[in-house]
Design a protein around this ligand. Sequence first.
Ligand code: SAH
Length: 246
Amino acid sequence: MVEQGLKTSITGRAADKGLISFNAVNIRDFSNDNKHYKVDDYTYGGGAGMLMQAQPIYDCFLSIRDSISDLSEDKKLRVVYVTPQGSVFNQKMAADLAKEQDLVFLCGHYEGVDERVLEEIVTDYISIGDYVLTGGELPAMVMIDAISRLVPGVLNNDESAMTESFAGGLLEYPQYSRPEEWMGKKVPPILLSGDHKKVDEWRLEQSLIRTKERRPDLYEQYMIDNPPKPEKKKRKRKPKPETEGE
Ligand code: SAH
């Protein structure tokens, strides 16, 4: 599922060009159960559902770590456990993870994973939102996609990653392509003016309006980080001291 999904479209082309590479490893291959390749069992203390066991996951992790030849001794391999219990994924986290040479995503299933192996190998707990999915593959693919497009060269136009939503703390402004008029709706004339400074000002203004409307939480944070510059007060000329005795 993961490889099939990622090998298409932009991530697929980036992999063909050698800009990124991904390798899906099946935890079942590390099961000690040679008959059914079982990797899950009941939870201690009772309760519904099965839990992924520690041993196959740990052995799988060791095999991945050993396969990374250039991993230096002192450098800890980043292992992301995708879980609804993690910090909610955002663009800043994507940018941070994009700096890593190697990343491992642990995808849970069933009720999740035995806590002890998480304590042993996981460096980051990340969620893709406050809802529960059946498995970690889709969240891992979401994160890999967002991270990959920040790797230089993956997008044809690296600038688009710098101006788009979240990059500067705001949502992106509305955009238009040909034709100039569609269903009676005209492209805002300023975009046809050729005045880049005016276009930039308009776009920032639109980004602010849009963010305030759709994501007041982001807007609030943006205004804290970028407080409006106080308007320069016109300095009043000091009144001339009245000369006495006139
Ligand atoms: N019992 C767990 C949920 C298990 S869901 C709990 O209450 O926390 C099964 C697996 O799907 C998880 O182990 C995790 O890897 C993945 N998963 C489900 N929802 C997710 C989300 N919102 N973000 C990231 N991973 C998620």
